[in-house]
Design a protein around this ligand. Sequence first.
Ligand code: 5GP
Length: 186
Amino acid sequence: MKPAGKLIVMAGPSAVGKGTLASHIVANFDGYVLSVSATTRSPREGEIDGVSYAFLTDEQFKNRAETGQMLEWATVHGKHSYGTPRGPVEEGLASGFNVILEIDVQGAFQVKESFPEALLVFVKPPSFEELRARLDKRGTESEEDKRIRLETARTELDQAYQFDFSVINDEVARCAQEVVDLVQTT
Ligand code: 5GP
């Protein structure tokens, strides 16, 4: 039987590039899969249901959370609910895959409670100014939403010390290699 895989939780501010980092790892290293989160926010242009997120109504989300189908869930940026469906994570780990969760800081701490062996990796921007620039460049949020995300980012950066490791996403390939090295040596 294959040994169980590792659970890797990547958290960090909005627009720090967690998604790109996680996709890079899955595309370039064997044995990694990405968990698809559920959310109550509306799809952005180009996002596909079941691939980018499982897009749920408030009612559907509430029902899944209440019936224990979410490994963790949180209200992010004070607006929408986001959560990790439990089933695919447990199946992935049991099949020997390293499963990556790309979630917010509150969710990361919840996962650590139910999976103490999870590796919590905090993804930092090279600087706060760079984070602002990446958020502007992404261009998917209104000015008000950007303001909220940067405010949340400050609180999140203050919590980085509670993670097992922090990495700086200065260059995707380099940072991805650093995360994979951490997984292999931990
Ligand atoms: P966005 O709306 O930009 O896709 O995501 C907003 C935030 O929600 C990101 O910081 C992301 O990490 C967080 N997020 C995405 N999926 C999950 C999840 O399953 N659980 C939690 N707790 N946060 C999530």
